[in-house]
Design a protein around this ligand. Structure first.
Ligand code: ARG
Length: 462
């Protein structure tokens, strides 16, 4: 028979072209378990409102359990003719309970409030999955920092040598960004924990149903939509989710880009584990950082999902429009891609080896201690403007004679300024430069150890 939920006023069935265009079962089928949970909750409020007898409720719930089991086992699947997951599951229920009882569940609800609720449920669950994967990656980065408490590296601005930093400090900088992403997911979840069920098609229901009871049943802590039009039309929760996942992608891509650079022959800061690298089909010697490159690439895709969804939403009149069916694929894709990526990414970071010698060797290169010379002069009462000039002069002499700052002779220093006594050498070591920056947020080993402890405490609480 006709499975459509809206056949009554139509003399003809849908054209095949319409059916093809309109079908969403192939991507919204993943909402099936949530749809069935929604149906259970809806059956209960129908019963409370006196629209299902106790016996009918029991048979309805048993039928839904059977349907859920058949969906899980694959014995029941939606088809193109079903249009969407909601229609398919209604067919499944009718097949199991017969039209008299099965046909009662639709009272007081619409696919519009259903889908808005299920979409929230799905994304809330995946926000938790993604948050968990991010926590794993953060812990991996914390371990990496902790395992290298004394490794210096060249810190960069403009990708040029700037000042030496502790490797762990740099790694934790990425971890801090990821912690904010997790916080974004948590704050998003708080805002999204509102159930649109009971909004009906757009105007609510005349049947005296209790939307807050449904909201309690479906994990929304009893919060239901304050406005039925907004309940069915709002998709800012989906757009914000797409933003947060895009932001995570961008944060991962920044770390990925560094891993790619560090793994080059020229940098040689890290070596990736074989299990997390790939080879070349033609060049036998190659070992490529594909996970990091895919992270960089997929961030583009995650950004695309966000901008595509925003473009769909732009200027849509209230309330529901069929355009909104286009809201799910981009966000589902963001979940799928990110969940896949995060697992691989954590593995890559957990197994890479750090070439501490190479990093330490390059840490003072490029006159990265020039700032320390200037600050040493400042501590002796020299105005920073002058100190900056004198330290710059030191760099100029080094460059013209092809030596590093610590290779200038006492005479060369004195010739630049009598203020530059041999004691300036105290600050011309990487370890001295690092240790001096021991305030909160600084790169001194003691400060980084404090940061790490604080980070771990926050990670536990997260
Ligand atoms: N499958 C649709 C969606 O995902 C829900 C169906 C609502 N259809 C309708 N004609 N009101 O948005």
């Amino acid at each position: 028979g006709d499975v459509r939920l809206w056949g009554g006023r139509f003399a003809d069935g849908p054209s095949e072209a319409l059916e093809q265009l309109s079908a969403s079962v192939h991507f919204d089928w993943r909402l099936a378990p949530y749809d069935i949970a929604g149906s259970r909750a809806h059956a209960r409020v129908l019963h409370t409102a006196g629209l299902l007898t106790g016996d009918e409720l029991e048979r309805m719930l048993a039928g839904l359990d059977q349907l859920a089991a058949d969906v899980r086992s694959g014995a029941f699947v939606g088809t193109v003719a079903d249009e969407d997951v909601h229609t398919a599951l209604e067919r499944g229920l009718l097949e199991r309970l017969g039209p008299d009882l099965g046909g009662k569940l639709r009272a007081g609800r619409s696919r519009n409030d259903q889908v808005a609720t299920l979409f929230r449920m799905y994304l809330r669950e995946h926000a938790r999955v993604i948050g968990g994967l991010l926590a794993d990656l953060q812990a991996t980065l914390a371990d990496l920092a902790e395992a290298h408490p004394d490794v210096a590296m060249p810190g960069r601005t403009h990708l040029q040598h700037a000042q030496p930093v502790l490797f762990g400090h740099h790694v934790l900088a990425h971890a801090q960004a990821l912690a904010r992403d997790v916080e974004r997911l948590r704050q998003w979840d708080e805002r999204t924990a509102v159930s649109p069920y009971g909004s009906g098609a757009l105007a609510g229901s005349s049947l005296g149903l209790d939307p807050e009871a449904v909201a309690r049943d479906l994990g929304f802590e009893g919060r239901s939509a304050a406005n039925s039009i907004d309940g069915t039309a709002a998709r800012d929760f989906a757009a914000e989710f797409a933003f947060v996942t895009a932001m995570i992608g961008v944060d991962l891509s920044r770390l990925a880009e560094e891993v790619i650079l560090w793994n080059t022959k020229e940098f040689s800061f890290v070596t990736l584990h074989d299990a997390f690298s790939t080879g070349s089909s033609i060049m036998p010697q190659k070992k490529n950082p594909d996970i990091a490159e895919l992270a960089r690439g997929k961030s583009g895709r995650l950004i695309g999902n966000l901008t595509g969804l925003l473009a769909t939403l732009k200027a849509l009149p209230l309330a529901y429009n069929r355009d909104l069916q286009e809201d799910k694929e981009p966000v589902f894709d963001s979940c799928d891609q990110l969940e896949m990526l995060l697992s691989a990414f954590a593995g890559m970071m957990a197994t890479l080896t750090v070439n501490r010698q190479r990093m330490a060797e390059l840490a003072p290169a490029g006159f990265s201690l020039a700032t320390d010379v200037a600050e040493w002069l400042v501590k002796r009462g020299v105005p920073f403007r002058v100190a900056h000039e004198l330290a710059g002069e030191c760099v100029r002499v080094c460059e013209s004679t092809g030596v590093e700052l610590d290779e200038l002779s006492d005479e060369q220093f004195a010739a630049i300024s009598p203020l530059l006594t041999p004691q300036v050498r105290e600050v011309l070591t990487v370890s001295g430069a690092l240790a001096a920056r021991d305030g909160r947020g600084g790169t001194a080993p003691v400060a980084v150890a404090r940061q790490l402890a604080e980070f771990r405490t926050d990670l536990e609480r997260q």
